[in-house]
Design a protein around this ligand. Structure first.
Ligand code: ADP
Ligand code: MG
Length: 197
């Protein structure tokens, strides 16, 4: 389990920021882990703000909701840049579905961290084809801590790190749930992709 370098600022005179990334496939527990870390920061009486891309409204317009129905209030925004204005005065900025943000995300997170904010970003590291997703590779490069969480392969029960798409769409962004996606291990993902051809 991830242990924070420190949760609160304690008696420290200066604020120091950093970036944490929580990545993995769909159903791997990214949102749960994000909510866990943010709740602990709240217990430490930290000022916490949570952002998500406005396009992700699967469960709720404003809440960030895990597949386990845990939730936390968030602010939907259109551009990564919007976080600078809204998150600059916070101790902790949480971001869910980070992969849907624009390429400016890594730069924005670095700016926040440089100004003393602890940034925790959760997102898919790969799209449904197994390719790196949007701004995630750049964000992972500039972050101090990267935690890869894993789902369970629904085909064989092994450790899963791919989001296999059952639906026929070829758009990179297709919001969906267990009806359109399933977590798969490498072997079952490759077999599934072969069967699609
Ligand atoms: P993510 O944000 O990574 O998509 P969530 O944190 O929303 O994941 O949900 C994780 C929860 O999803 C698990 O605790 C479990 O209850 C549920 N779940 C459903 N399908 C699976 C699966 N194939 N592997 C693991 N967990 C699953
Ligand atoms: Mg999630």
């Amino acid at each position: 389990m991830f242990i924070e370098p420190r949760v609160g600022n304690g008696k420290q005179a200066t604020r120091r920021g950093w970036i944490e990334v929580i990545c993995g496939s769909m159903f791997s527990g990214k949102t749960e882990e994000l909510i866990r870390r943010l709740n602990r920061a709240k217990i430490a009486k930290q000022k916490v703000e949570i952002f998500k891309p406005a396009l992700d409204k699967r469960y709720h317009d404003e809440d960030v909701v895990s597949h386990n129905a845990n939730s936390i209030r968030s602010t939907p925004i259109d551009f990564a840049q919007d976080m600078l204005l809204l998150g600059g005065s916070c101790d902790v900025v949480g971001i869910d579905e980070a992969q849907f943000f624009d390429e400016g995300l890594a730069d924005v997170c670095a700016k926040l961290a440089n100004s003393g904010v602890r940034v925790i970003a959760a997102g898919l590291d790969m799209d449904y084809l197994g390719n790196p997703f949007g701004p995630m590779p750049a964000l992972m490069s500039v972050s101090e801590y990267v935690t890869k969480v894993h789902a369970v392969c629904v085909q064989c029960g092994d450790i899963a790190h791919y989001s296999f798409r059952n639906a026929a769409s070829e758009q990179q962004v297709l919001l969906g749930e267990t009806d359109s996606y399933e977590a798969r291990c490498r072997h079952c993902f490759v077999e599934g992709m072969k069967a699609k051809k």
